[in-house]
Design a binder for this molecule. Structure first.
Ligand code: SAM
Length: 546
């Protein structure tokens, strides 16, 4: 069965702006309470105060941002206020703000996606502007969370979305007044109006790139809205110019992804019927790229079909799926063949498992292991949808325990390791704020342990594929390097491993499996966001000696 891929400019599988994500790491600002200064209705029967004057996309965006940023603290607050109306988005709005807005139409939904994703992505930059425009830094530091979100939305809309500034000011002032109190509205008014004047004069208070390395990293971190540690790391590994390009990429509109289940020609036919613009992937036979028309319609592009891919039900019917080409290329590196026994060690939610399974013509088996039961359930559902369940067996286990107890050996073992996700920051708006340098050290230890465990499952002559969606050499090349140094004999990958130059004796170059442009100097697969305009990804192939 052939696959197809989409590359729309709208997030689909990674729609971070919609998902109730993990909480962002707390900033130093005090966030112990969520003050709305509103009495919130306690039961669905007593509600629904409908406010038709507040712009729905801003109210929903503000509440969604609170949910994402405060996570558990937000849920706790709602629980204190009684159960009953928080089970859908407007329920959350009602319980947080004390009123409902009119239903969101398609345009509002798109704006919520843009505003929430952009506001998270640009958080450091927006906070710098807001802080600079407050009378005192302490005003910013102690600002209540809802007020801060409303200000972030306003600043983002004015500075990054170039929306008509005075309309933005008025709408956000109204939201602050109704959702909080008149004084909050006055504050939003003061700050946003100052911002508009400065923007018109082209003199936004932004940091200048000067001083020593640390000062420059801090300035760049604010200008491009990333954590300082990431800027320092990328500057170290790639140089400042490339680090900037990478951040620009991470801040660009998120694209996505893939589809499968029918031939590419079939899908092209369907897209032509829907009049959804698309193009054939340059890198993968099964993939189609889309810029618009997946979930929403981008009005800037000519799109006259009236129905998006989602509305037409193509995803629901399993006729296609959504995946970045960089992930599809990892599957190319595995090169799954009919009849093979393959272990996918960290398989869920199953993007790669299902794609591999679809290459097997119903023969062989992919054993999909994951420690997370819920994510494995999603994998099973996706496999069913794509009619590849017959070649997938799911195993709920910690890979380390499974490998210790398993005596069977397999043709191929894919370890798509848990990683920092530094290659997918453009799609995962929140991720940059959730990761620290310490997390990276912990992850490296876990990657080593999982790689050791995965290697036990490979049969002599079999292949171990190690992959990540990171661009960090310490999660990629360095993990392979240290693996080979740790296991010169036991895994029988080589007899004498004393320097990286001997890798070639055990490493299986990926050039047979991916286009030359994706083959790194050491013959690994590497997709670089800056160079390839795809998510970052890495894969190494190691062949076990006979
Ligand atoms: C990068 S994701 C895998 C993505 C997946 N390969 C795909 O293409 O959809 C990493 C996965 O590793 C799983 N994981 C983390 N630690 C694990 C462990 N000790 N044993 C098995 N799975 C683990 C996580 O639950 C997560 O689903």
């Amino acid at each position: 069965m052939a696959q197809v891929a989409f590359l729309p400019r709208i997030i689909v599988s990674a729609d971070t702006s919609k998902a109730p994500l993990k909480p962002l790491r707390r900033t130093q600002r005090s966030r112990t309470s969520i003050s709305t200064n509103k009495r919130v209705p306690r039961s669905p029967l007593q509600r629904t105060k409908l406010n038709v004057e507040v712009s729905p996309h801003r109210a929903v965006s503000a509440v969604r941002l609170m949910r994402i940023e405060l996570g558990g603290a937000f849920a706790d607050l709602l629980n204190e206020k009684g159960k009953g109306s928080g089970d859908n988005e407007m329920g959350y709005v009602e319980r947080t703000l004390g009123f409902c807005t009119k239903e969101l139409d398609d345009r509002d939904l798109r704006l919520v996606t843009d505003v929430v994703g952009g506001t998270i992505r640009w958080r450091r930059y927006l906070d710098h502007l807001i802080c600079s425009l407050c009378h005192e830094e302490s005003t910013f530091r102690h600002m209540e969370p809802l007020l801060l979100q409303i200000l972030r939305i306003g600043v983002y809309e004015i500075v990054k979305l170039d929306m008509p500034p005075y309309a933005v000011v008025d709408e956000n002032v109204r939201l602050a007044k109704v959702a909080l109190r008149p004084g909050a509205g006055n504050m939003v008014n003061g700050i946003l109006r100052k911002l508009v004047v400065l923007k018109e004069k082209n003199s936004l208070p932004l940091p200048i790139l000067e001083g020593d390395d640390r000062a420059q990293a801090r300035a760049l971190a604010t200008l491009h809205s990333h954590p300082v540690w990431m800027v320092r790391r990328w500057t170290k590994y790639r140089g400042q110019e490339e680090a900037i390009k990478l951040m620009v990429w991470n801040n660009s509109d998120p694209r996505a992804n893939v589809g499968r289940g029918v031939t590419r020609a079939d899908l092209v036919k369907q897209l032509n019927l829907l009049k959804v613009p698309h193009e054939i992937s340059l890198h993968l036979d099964d993939f189609i790229r889309m810029k618009t028309g997946l979930q929403y319609i981008d009005n800037n592009l000519s799109f006259s079909g009236g129905k998006t891919v989602i509305q037409a039900g193509l995803l629901k019917q399993g006729l296609c799926a959504v995946q970045d080409e960089s992930a599809g290329l990892v599957v190319s590196v595995v090169d799954a063949q009919p009849g093979e026994s393959i272990v996918d060690c960290c398989a869920a939610p199953g993007g790669k498992t299902v794609y591999m399974a679809s290459h097997m013509s119903g023969q062989g088996m992919v054993y999909a292991i994951d420690i997370n039961k819920g994510r494995l359930r999603i994998l099973r559902e996706t496999a069913k949808l794509h009619q590849v369940s017959s070649v997938i067996t799911t195993i709920h286990s910690d890979l380390r325990i499974f490998a210790d107890n398993e005596s069977a050996k397999y043709d191929k073992v894919l370890l798509d390791a848990p990683c920092s996700g530094l290659g997918v920051l453009s799609k995962r708006a929140d991720l940059r704020w959730n990761k620290s340098l310490e997390d990276l050290e912990e992850l490296k230890n876990l990657q080593d342990e999982l790689l050791d465990a995965a290697s036990l499952l490979v049969k002599p002559g079999g292949v171990l594929i190690y992959s990540t969606c990171s661009i960090d050499p310490e999660e990629n090349e360095e993990r392979v390097d240290t693996f080979l140094l740790r296991h010169p004999v036991r895994a029988a990958y080589a007899t004498q491993i004393i320097s990286p130059f001997l890798w070639n004796s055990v490493l299986n170059p990926v050039d047979r499996f991916v286009p030359p442009d994706f083959v790194s100097e050491c013959s690994f697969y590497f997709s670089d966001p800056v160079k390839h305009s795809l998510d970052g990804a890495f894969a190494a192939r190691l062949v076990r000696a006979l």
